[in-house]
Design a protein around this ligand. Structure first.
Ligand SMILES: [Zn+2]
Length: 97
């Protein structure tokens, strides 16, 4: 598993969205850490700028992680109730009779 990567600017965030791999973790001193899908509507330029640029990461930050287990291990992150990232992969063989 790869280590979490803190996202430094919106261009980096945009590139990670285009790559369409992994998940974003948004940490928050009040709400705790939440895992979002990489292409979720939860992730916006306005929210990113507010947290990272305007508030200077004082109340949390944005990270990229390779998997949900990494997010859980590193941040104790919970799944977002809006974009609902998958908890487990279901293999095709599950459905074979
Ligand atoms: Zn979300």
């Amino acid at each position: 598993m790869a280590d979490p990567k803190e996202i430094q600017n919106f261009d980096e965030l945009r590139k990670l969205r285009l790559a369409d791999e992994g998940y974003f973790v948004i940490t928050d001193t009040v709400r705790g850490a939440i895992i979002h899908k990489v292409n979720s509507k939860c992730i916006t330029a306005d929210k990113f700028n507010l947290k990272v640029s305007i508030n200077g990461r004082k109340q949390g930050s944005y990270f990229w992680v390779d998997s949900i287990p990494t997010a859980a291990r590193e941040f104790g992150a919970k799944r977002c109730q809006v974009c609902k990232p998958e908890l487990t992969l279901v293999f095709p063989s599950t459905f074979e009779t």
